[in-house]
Design a protein around this ligand. Structure first.
Ligand code: ATP
Ligand code: MG
Length: 571
């Protein structure tokens, strides 16, 4: 299903009905066929990350797709680290990936799997191919191999080493394994077809020599399998039935099938490709994120402006919102980009009914109600969420001195400004009508305090039916207020310029992507909450207590998303 078919806002019952009748995606259709033809008995999928960076929103698509299929068909879902390349892999990444997959709610079956645990079986598989006359040791250099490979329009040429005897190949492969060959001096290649129209089938390299320490197997091996050879073997060993990957592997599928066929696995896994998720104006490439982290443009892999899962979690996104986003995006066979605003829509929609609505003033200015008794404090009843009465209400202190948003007062208002200005009356949300009677200014002419008087008859909930006011503003009581830091985010990318600088390949960073407000104010009830908790701040958007920097005595709030956006779901 695509955005257009399934993204209308429907009442719950209709939504449910629609879900049931919605057409199945092409992967489900293929799986249905395999099941009904008796090709597979039970579905098994996997998520196979390379532990060379943090997961991002694109990976979440693959995780939820694979996990969702296993769940839908009552099958199995594995988390497998594709750690056959010893150069870039790190244990730090393994840990972050496991916690991200768990956070998304994708429950994997059994132990976490590591492709490197199958090195022995992969080695044996290579020996099997040599014995069948389907693989040979080649002494051409990397450059020569490339040159012999041919192009899209010209066939390749056979390596002069292609016709070595099986015995010689076995001996040389043994030498490679036993450390007798220098890195790059020899490789093992599959013997397929140098004139194939598919370049991947032109005697691809399947093993290389690399004297490198591996994060899991240490120095046990000095030969390592190539991805295209290793991946089908990993799938076959684990009993994966549907090996779901992204479109760039479509041309590699014949090789995947060749490896499975030549190794004679009794229950051959099957590769199916889908389109990657791309978001507009967002940095997803690991290489680019890494650079932003390393040069200090962002504060680590979990900087809330990134779209790594660690960053989205820190920003306050929920797994439910991400899952709904993926459902709306659907699964497709053609590449396309999704507007980031759709993700914002999903998080708002998820938090709207879950979170309490609290009072916070981001950019405060003092308001004094001159006719309110000094020293008196009232506790007003404020509903926690107007749309969810079961969430109850809380008592919010109110007194003579409050904070309001600086932008809710103007000394000289423009037309249609209905908030506070000299002589105007507004409602203080959940409290009274107040009328502005004057202001204090500092020596530079800046307004430091707004004075007003209140009308005790107008108390909210008292049934007052006298005059009406056009503006309602929010506030926080001054003496009980908590002083906090608020962090507001804009897109990390300068949208006018596009994500990447065409000349030097760097990211075009928006200089205003982070605004730190050090003088924000929140109501005292927030003291009860801790890192990771999220709220709606009336009129200011959804916020989450930062899991890294917030402390009870110095709270830090991240804005997850403002309340409104220009984004509309298409009808
Ligand atoms: P990147 O290009 O960001 O480095 P990758 O493909 O190299 O990503 P892997 O760790 O190899 O990262 O990916 C693990 C799995 O996630 C693969 O099956 C891959 O196809 C899938 N995947 C990666 N990016 C996306 C994406 N944008 N949308 C959907 N699936 C993705
Ligand atoms: Mg990759």
């Amino acid at each position: 299903m695509g955005i257009n078919e399934d993204s209308r806002v429907l009442p719950e019952n209709e939504k449910q009905a629609e879900k049931e009748t919605v057409s199945r995606n092409f992967i489900e259709l293929e799986i249905d066929k395999d099941l009904s033809a008796g090709k597979v008995a039970a579905v098994c999928t996997r998520f196979p990350p390379e532990p060379n960076g943090y997961l991002h929103i694109g990976h979440a698509k693959s995780i939820l797709l694979n996990y969702g299929l296993a769940k839908e068909y009552g099958g199995k879902f594995y988390l497998r680290f594709d750690d056959t390349n010893p150069t870039k892999e790190k244990t730090e990444f393994v840990d972050s990936i496991v916690s991200d997959v768990k956070w998304l709610g994708a429950q994997f079956d059994g132990e976490i799997k590591f492709a490197s645990n199958y090195f022995q079986q992969m080695y044996e598989a290579a020996v099997k191919l040599i014995k069948k006359g389907k693989a040979f040791v080649c002494d051409l250099s990397a450059d020569e191999i490339r040159e012999y490979r041919g192009t899209l329009t010209e066939p390749g040429r056979e390596s002069p080493y292609r016709n070595r005897s099986i015995e010689e190949n076995l001996q040389l492969f043994d030498d490679m394994k036993n450390g007798k060959c220098a890195d790059g001096s020899r490789v093992l290649r599959a013997k397929i077809d140098m004139s194939s129209s598919n370049i991947n089938m032109r005697d691809p390299v399947i093993y290389r020599v690399a004297h490198m320490t591996h994060h899991n197997t240490g120095d046990e091996w000095c030969i390592y399998p190539m991805y295209d050879f290793a991946h089908p073997i990993e799938d076959a060993i684990e009993g994966v039935t549907h090996s779901i990957c992204t479109l760039e592997f479509e041309d590699h599928r014949p090789l995947y099938d060749w490896v499975i066929r030549e190794l004679e696995y009794p229950e051959p896994p099957r590769q199916i490709e889908f389109a990657k998720l791309y978001l507009t104006n967002v940095v997803t490439g690991k290489r680019y994120i890494k650079k932003l982290v390393e040069d200090g443009t962002v504060d680590g892999w979990d900087d809330p402006r990134l779209v790594t899962l660690a960053a989205l979690r820190r920003r306050g996104y929920t797994p439910e919102a991400i899952a709904e986003f993926m459902r709306l995006v659907g699964v497709s066979k053609a590449d396309s980009s999704v507007d980031y605003a759709m993700l914002d829509y999903c998080i708002r929609d998820d938090l709207k009914l879950k979170n309490p609505r609290m009072l916070a003033v981001l950019d405060p200015i003092k308001l004094v109600i001159d006719n309110y008794p000094e020293g008196q404090i009232e506790y007003l009843d404020v509903p926690n969420n107007l749309e969810v009465p079961e969430m109850g209400s809380r008592k919010v202190p109110f007194s003579r001195e409050l904070y309001i948003e600086r932008e809710d007062f103007m000394e000289v208002p423009p037309r249609k400004y209905f908030r506070l200005f000299p002589g105007n009356e507004v409602r203080l949300m959940y409290a009274y009508f107040v009328k502005c009677t004057g202001i204090d200014k500092d020596e530079n002419g800046n307004v430091t305090c707004v004075h007003c008087t209140y009308d005790p008859e107008t108390k909210s909930g008292s049934g007052f039916e006298g005059r009406k006011v056009k503006g309602t503003i929010h506030w926080v009581e001054k003496n009980t207020a908590i002083h906090v830091q608020a962090r507001l985010y804009e897109n990390l990318v300068d949208e006018e310029k596009g994500v990447y600088n065409k000349e030097d390949g760097t990211v075009n960073v928006n200089p205003n992507s982070l605004t730190v407000l050090n003088d924000s104010i929140v109501e005292p009830a927030l003291a009860e909450y801790g890192p990771g908790d999220s709220f709606q701040f009336v009129r200011n958007g959804y916020f989450c207590i930062d899991i890294k920097d917030s402390k009870p005595e110095a709270m830090v709030f991240n804005r997850i998303v403002p309340l409104k956006s220009s984004f509309k779901l298409q009808k």
